[in-house]
Design a protein around this ligand. Structure first.
Ligand code: SF4
Length: 460
């Protein structure tokens, strides 16, 4: 008779990025059941996918061993043959080395699957290490239509992906097209904790999600009109001067002057300055344009955000407006009555949402699939990001911050890739031209200087 040995093993679910803490019941080396580990920081709850892990692990359809195809790809029957791990690894390595010998490392392009829908999160560093040490600068990442806008529209705006929301300590929690009760349980739990500590909740969603039903305000936006709603709320904040003026002056590119003749930022070279790359702002106190890099301390108080200014040029004058003035002008195209017609959200509700934003200085937000899976999603996410930047909560404690990683030695540190190769990566070359850098330290998108709080282009 076989003795049944049952044991609880603590771990975490790897089936998505939430990584919920779990207690795994193992009986005679078989995973039998998975339940939440309430003692784990992200283990207060689990979804059905995580609880179904035993079905996945022990599925008869699961591929457990390397298989070699023995017929041409045109053949309906692949003729799979089981081979050993040693044979599979040796064959793959030999082919990679052959490709590198014959065509150079750059002839090999690697593709990495998504960490959102596969258990890949914890392996990514090791895969990148392999790619970099192999010597190829070519990596193609899969992303979903829910990810692109969340990550890249924010990177285009903040210089980094959407920062991490500190729901537990926020004053106002904003969920925009995001339903963490179903999709990110550790966030849902943190939102519950924040609510219990007094945070207000604003939900923008066409559907009455569980959290929408509990929110101080639920904006039932007409699908696909979220950008108009974001612009309308931003317009109300600007009209009422209820935005964080210091933050906008000091940490965004809102003050930078934009030439009216060509729509480009005014640069030092336009005025014959020694620093030709300098961006310029209008110093209302001095009544002249100054390089933004020369500003310090109380100088920012005199930086103009609104108006049109004539800047002396070598031969003539150039009419320029601060980027913020152009942004405010765009927002003004969406007064509450117009936005109400477009979005089907009542004017009073739009105004109330603006007052929630305007009165909170610690706003934690997350915008996800509801925004990303629609037309014009990138610009919509940017409109939401700019609205959020007005609150001054970017990278602020107890709001939505760019948390520093613990000090560790990364297995895929960028030094694994030789400088010459790194320079040939698309993201590296684009980074200098003001596009987001996906590796290394965040950089100011318009100055090229490192900075902790990446400036937020409220770009025209
Ligand atoms: S949300 Fe579900 S799938 Fe994702 S880690 Fe938690 S239990 Fe696993």
């Amino acid at each position: 008779m076989t003795t049944m040995i049952q044991e609880d093993k603590h771990g975490y679910c790897t089936l998505c990025r939430s990584r919920c803490g779990t207690v795994n019941l193992v009986a005679n080396d078989a995973l039998v059941a998975v339940r939440p580990d309430t003692s784990h920081p992200t283990g207060k709850a689990m979804c059905m996918k995580g609880k179904s892990a035993p079905e996945l692990v022990h599925s008869a359809d699961r591929v457990l061993y390397p298989m070699r195809r023995t017929t041409p790809k045109t053949d309906a029957d692949p003729g799979w043959q089981r081979i050993s791990w040693e044979a599979a690894l040796a064959e793959v390595a030999q082919r990679m080395l052959q490709a590198r010998r014959e065509g150079g490392a750059e002839s090999v392009a690697f593709a990495v699957t998504t960490p959102s829908g596969t258990p890949l999160s914890d392996s990514i560093d090791w895969i990148e290490r392999l790619i970099r040490l192999f010597g190829s600068p070519n990596t193609c990442y899969a992303t979903e239509i829910c990810n692109w806008h969340k990550d890249y529209a924010h990177a285009f705006t903040f210089g980094c992906g959407m920062p991490t929301a500190d729901y537990r300590n926020a004053e106002l929690i904003v969920l925009w097209g995001h339903n963490p009760t179903n999709t990110w349980l550790s966030q849902a739990e943190a939102i519950g904790a924040g609510r219990a500590a007094g945070a207000k909740l604003l939900v923008v969603d066409p559907r009455e999600t569980a959290l929408a039903g509990q929110a101080e305000q639920w904006l039932r936006v007409r699908p696909g009109t979220d950008a108009a709603l974001a612009m309308a709320i931003a317009n109300l904040l600007i009209e009422a001067n209820a935005f964080d003026l210091d933050f906008v002056r000091q940490w965004t590119n809102g003050p930078l002057l934009v030439r009216s003749d060509n729509g480009r930022f005014l640069r030092g070279r336009d005025l014959g300055l020694a620093d030709g790359d300098a961006y310029l702002v209008w110093d209302a106190h001095a009544g002249q344009a100054r390089p933004s890099s020369a500003l310090a301390g109380r100088d920012f108080e005199h930086v103009a955000l609104r108006g049109t200014f004539e800047v002396g040029h070598t031969t003539a004058t150039l009419a320029c407006r601060p980027a913020f003035d152009l942004y405010a002008g765009e927002c003004a195209r969406y007064p509450a009555d117009v936005a109400a017609q477009l979005t089907w959200v009542a004017q009073a509700d739009i105004r109330h949402a603006a007052s929630l934003f305007g009165s909170a200085r610690r706003v934690a937000y997350h915008a996800w699939s509801g925004v990303g899976q629609h037309d014009n999603a990138t610009q919509t996410d940017r409109a939401i990001a700019c609205l959020y930047a007005l609150t001054g909560s970017f990278d602020k404690a107890a709001a939505t911050g760019s948390f520093k990683n613990p000090r560790t030695t990364r297995s895929a540190a960028s030094t694994c890739c030789r400088p010459r190769k790194r320079a040939r990566r698309w993201a590296m070359t684009r980074g200098r031209s003001g596009r987001p850098r996906r590796d290394g330290s965040p950089r100011a998108t318009f100055t090229g200087r490192s900075c902790t709080r990446s400036p937020t282009p409220c770009a025209p």
